[in-house]
Design a protein. Structure first.
Length: 418
């Protein structure tokens, strides 16, 4: 075991970013843009340079090469960080219980035995796919390696069983069916996307499955999976060449416990700048539950959070006064999915108070309200509506809408603003 504390450059001069995905790369870039000139180290558990994950499912069979972020964002870890260690995971966080906002240190233990002592740690370790331990011969889709294996096995005529009709399950089901696979999707809830959108909106996506040639079975619980045989709770069985477990993801925060208090879902609560209850521990992306000025506590899982939240974090960590200069309006959290031949975008919060624009047989937009204020939207196949809602929910205040105009698909959505 070795002890590595990096150069001793004084308080707030040694920063360790744990995670080399989108959130970690953006944090490193924004720290340098904010004027941070201290020692910056980045750890990445995967052996790869940063890449974009959404194409892994959306373009599973059409994009063989990874979507390298050095090309898409023009951020190069090699020039941003003083030390980049890929293939190295954090295993534990050690805190200085007497640390003050102006000093103190924290340390991170790595899986190769090092103890890295720094002045600030930014947790950007992303998430991992859930995989019940008693299921065998099941694939998940979260990494480049996962995509390579699935791509090789999803050939025309192969039988794919997808467990879970959420974002990843629906995206892979559509891609595989389009490539000539025989696809069955099993969902424990009564509709697809019930947890993400609610039963009413989730039900609207049911017909997409049959139209894409996918067999969907809801209210269906899987008891176990063993070597290509899926056994359901009612005792029936399905055979498959490939079984994909797509029942959700959890934040990679085990290494933070028990040093830091986590939520029931495993997220680390942070303020609007990404700072946790401990002055030297920060978090961004999937691992963080961040305080949003309009939407309250927003748990990680939004691609947009990994892209934009490093900006306020880096400025605060670099010592900029948050009150200096006009604060830009924060964008609303959003999720974008291409599934079964449709484009689905979700902004903000989905509430029970809903108003739908458009014919459900074609493009439609469902607006979510709290009182007369717009707080979210679910949009299908309507790119202009996506642009309009994005602007409305990124103004710094929740928009007040005239519901009569908002419900008229012939009227531009912006005309409903009061």
């Amino acid at each position: 075991m070795s002890i590595d504390s990096g150069p001793d450059t004084g308080a707030a001069e040694r920063v360790l970013v744990v995670g080399a995905g989108l959130a970690g790369l953006r944090t490193a870039a924004e720290l340098r843009a904010a004027g941070f000139a201290g020692h910056l180290r980045v750890l990445g558990a995967e052996p790869h340079l940063p890449y974009d994950r959404p194409p892994l499912s959306k373009e599973l069979l059409s994009r063989v090469e990874p979507a390298w972020l050095i090309e898409d964002l023009e951020h190069d870890l090699a020039t941003l960080a003083d030390d980049v260690r890929l293939g190295t995971a954090a295993t534990a966080l050690h805190l200085d219980e007497h640390a003050e906002p102006s000093g103190g240190s924290v340390a991170v233990r790595t899986d190769d035995g090092d103890l890295l002592e720094v002045d600030a740690v930014v947790a950007a370790t992303g998430s991992h796919a859930v995989h019940p331990s008693h299921w065998s011969g099941v694939r998940t889709l979260h990494s480049l390696e996962d995509a390579v294996i699935l791509r090789a096995r999803l050939t025309p005529g192969s039988r794919l069983v997808v467990i879970g009709a959420g974002w990843i399950g629906a995206e892979v089901a559509g891609v595989a069916a389009g490539a000539g696979c025989e696809v069955t999707v099993l969902e424990a809830a009564s509709t697809p996307l019930a947890r993400q959108l609610g039963v009413t909106l989730g039900e609207r996506t049911r017909r997409w499955y049959s139209e894409a040639g996918v067999q969907l079975s809801t209210d269906t619980t899987v008891a176990t999976v063993r070597d290509g045989v899926v056994q359901l709770s009612d005792g029936s069985e399905l055979g498959a060449d490939v079984v994909l477990c797509a029942v959700g993801a959890r934040p990679n925060t085990d290494w933070l416990a028990p040093a830091m208090p986590l939520t029931a879902s495993g997220h680390l609560p942070v303020d609007a700048t990404g700072r946790s209850a401990h002055p030297q521990v920060w978090a961004v992306g999937d691992v963080a539950e961040r305080a949003h000025p309009l939407f309250g506590a927003v748990p990680g899982g939004h691609w947009s959070a990994a892209l934009t939240d490093p900006v306020p974090l880096a400025r605060a960590l670099a010592g900029h006064d948050p009150g200096s200069g006009p604060a830009p309006a924060e964008p609303a959290p959003y999720v974008y999915s291409t599934q079964l031949g449709h484009h689905l975008t979700v902004f903000g919060r989905v509430t029970d108070d809903q108003l739908t624009r458009g014919d459900l047989a074609g493009p439609w937009t469902t607006l979510s309200f709290e009182g007369e204020h717009l707080v979210g939207a679910v949009i299908t196949d309507a790119p202009r509506e996506v642009a309009a809602v994005r602007k409305m929910l990124s103004r710094g205040t929740l928009p007040h809408l005239d519901r009569t105009l908002a419900g008229d698909p012939a009227a531009p959505l912006k005309s409903a603003l009061i």
